[in-house]
Design a protein. Structure first.
Length: 482
């Protein structure tokens, strides 16, 4: 009978993978809705509460900065106490934050409630990615985790549709933005129900807690008996301390690559996406509050045509192309679109050409770093530090997103939309260079990517991790085993 890791690595795609995608993906659907709907809501809030551009930027971005806190805290807790203990807790914060935001009486309370919401959103990033990664097989891991991330597309589209439905139906603007924010509680509540039925990660049970027999039983139960693994004997688990993780040169360089490239990407992407109503309305020569339905419809069309295919194309091709390689392809092409918008004279006043380039930036963001920056941190760190590494990466990414969203209205006022796009292009180049620090994960088992994960003690982990890193592998090439 095969071992637990071999069973999971070689398992054919089946219904239990679909269940894991839905369970993890609903969390990310909620994350996306909550993060991107605020750009539409603040267009209405700014008019009702007479917000300045800096106050508008703060409302748009406060959830992103608190997501840094949530990603780091929940990411570490999930490695110390287990994935299952965090499954629904971050979703509960999203439910409470969404409902409370809908009833916010003024700017201060709205900022407080959105901050709470952001802690839950940040905590869900490492949970959604690692949950799926640890249930995946080696051949299709990029596809499966990518499909979880593709729920961001559905969450974003749902936000646009909700805005169009409410405003198109004539709902007063002062009520519409409250409904838009409150609707985020519905999918978050579904996450709580789904994840209560999800078992603890078998890899975590076996590797970290030393409960191999229970892990094997969990695989059999969750797969409905289609998968069976050698139970082995329970023993002492292997844990990597936070200090050992952060002080290890190999992990630190990989973390610089995952967190740094994601930080630069999110600065450009969230500045571009959350503030899209501001950008598009500026190109159209109207105020978004005056013609928000028109602006939302145009955004929905561009996003659906340009971005949505990119999400799913990335998920279905990255295991063949390579996870890191796809990121190296997407960054420069996305940056090129930003650069062309920034340097072609008069492009921001020519609606057709602008929307083509704007859509191109969306496509190569999704078919590239937006998807891969989510996938890579969930596979390149050992089990006992996997959600920690992903949480730190996602947390720093959200700091970049915060800066991009908060500063965009100010940069746009001082340097125009073209100036902001030139800066986005520069950050894309930096993201591509930092990607070179991350190992290729396509078609490699989690143990091959993190060989330190299979030794007997934390002291041995530190010793092994200082040895030279195996040479990078190409598409489909086997990695050397530790």
């Amino acid at each position: 009978m095969p071992t637990l890791d071999a069973t999971l690595d070689d398992a054919p795609l089946s219904r239990f993978h679909t269940r894991a995608i839905v369970t993890a993906g609903m969390g990310f659907f909620t994350d996306a809705y909550d993060l991107f709907i605020i750009g539409t809501a603040t267009t209405l809030i700014a008019k009702q509460w007479n917000l300045s551009s800096s106050e508008t930027g703060l409302v748009n971005s406060i959830t992103l900065i608190s997501a840094f806190v949530g990603a780091f805290i929940f990411g570490r807790i999930a490695d110390v106490l287990g994935r299952k203990k965090v499954y629904g807790l971050e979703a509960a914060l999203m439910v409470g934050g969404a409902v409370a935001s809908a009833f916010a009486p003024d700017l201060i309370w709205l900022l407080i409630f959105r901050f709470i919401l952001g802690i839950g959103v940040g905590g869900d990033y490492p949970m959604s990615a690692v949950l799926m990664s640890e249930f995946s097989n080696r051949t299709n891991r990029g596809k499966l985790v990518g499909l979880v991330f593709s729920m961001q597309a559905l969450g974003t589209v749902s936000g646009y549709i909700a805005g169009l439905a409410l405003l198109g139906a004539g709902v007063p603007e002062g009520i519409a933005w409250r409904l838009l924010l409150g609707l985020g509680a519905i999918p978050a509540a579904a996450v709580i129900l789904l994840r209560r039925r999800m078992p603890e990660s078998p890899r975590y049970l076996a590797r970290v807690e030393g409960r191999a027999a229970e892990a094997a039983a969990a695989v059999t139960t969750f797969s409905g008996g289609t998968l069976t693994a050698e139970s082995g004997s329970n023993g002492s688990g292997v844990r990597l301390s936070l200090w050992a993780f952060l002080s290890n040169r190999r992990y630190l360089m990989i973390l610089l690559g995952t967190a740094g490239s994601w930080f630069l990407f999110d600065y450009a992407y969230y500045g571009n996406s959350v503030s899209a109503p501001l950008i598009v309305s500026g190109v159209l020569g109207t105020t978004a509050s005056k013609d928000l339905v028109h602006v939302l419809a145009l955004q929905l069309i561009v996003f659906t045509i340009a971005a949505v295919p990119g999400y799913f194309l990335a998920a279905y091709t990255m295991d063949r192309i390579g996870h890191r390689r796809l990121q190296l392809i997407g960054f420069p092409l996305m940056g090129l679109a930003f650069l062309l918008i920034g340097v072609i004279p008069g492009i921001t006043s020519a609606i057709g050409p602008f929307l083509i380039l704007f859509g191109m930036s969306y496509f190569f963001a999704e078919f590239g770093p937006n998807t891969t920056t989510f996938v890579l941190p969930g596979e390149v760190f050992p089990t006992s530090a996997r959600t920690t590494g992903h949480g730190i990466s996602a947390g720093f990414a959200k700091v970049g997103a915060f800066l991009g969203v908060y500063l965009l209205p100010i940069i746009k006022d001082h340097f125009s939309t073209a100036g902001a796009m030139r800066l986005f292009a520069l950050f894309s180049l930096g993201g591509m260079l930092l990607t070179l620090l991350v190992p290729e994960g396509a078609r490699r088992s989690l143990d091959e990517l993190s060989p330190e994960d299979v030794v007997a003690s934390a002291e041995q982990i530190v010793a092994v991790s200082t040895s030279p890193e195996p040479a990078g592998v190409g598409e489909g090439s086997p990695a050397p085993s530790a």
